[in-house]
Design a protein around this ligand. Structure first.
Ligand SMILES: [Zn+2]
Length: 133
């Protein structure tokens, strides 16, 4: 019997696991640099290799995520989730908060359920989403 399974689900929190990228031999910087504003992109290009993943997160949080259209409704769903984490400095976010933010940044009248989002996050092998245990 899972009577209160739903409320537990909504309390699950996620974050972008920067260690996962390293362990999987993937580059967080390569994925995250697409989220940079034009100025920061230029800066990163002129000084390649100077930005650590953590510095990049901080940079996006304080600069690029403040620009209009950072989380555009046109973006793919998981790209929006990734950008939400970046705009919050990769703090853990609950499924409740994520689904609320996503419906705010969506053109679709159909809102996403926490269950569906949980599935998407757990099965994604690209952005490094991880449950905070
Ligand atoms: Zn920027």
């Amino acid at each position: 019997m899972e009577t209160d399974g739903t409320s537990e689900l909504e309390d699950l929190t996620y974050f972008v696991d920067l260690d996962w990228f390293q362990e999987s031999d993937r580059s967080f910087v390569v994925i995250a640099q697409h989220c940079l504003c034009p100025d920061c992109k230029e800066r990163l290009a002129s000084e390649p290799g100077t930005m650590t993943p953590a510095a990049l997160v901080t940079n996006i949080r304080h600069c690029c995520s403040k620009l209009p259209g950072f989380i555009s409704p046109k973006l793919p769903l998981l790209e929006k989730v990734f950008r939400l984490f970046l705009s919050e400095g990769n703090e853990s976010l609950s499924l409740t908060k994520l689904t609320a933010q996503l419906s705010f940044n969506s053109d679709s009248p159909v809102s996403l359920s926490p269950q569906t989002l949980q599935h998407l996050l757990d099965n994604n092998q690209y952005y490094g989403f991880r449950r905070r245990l």
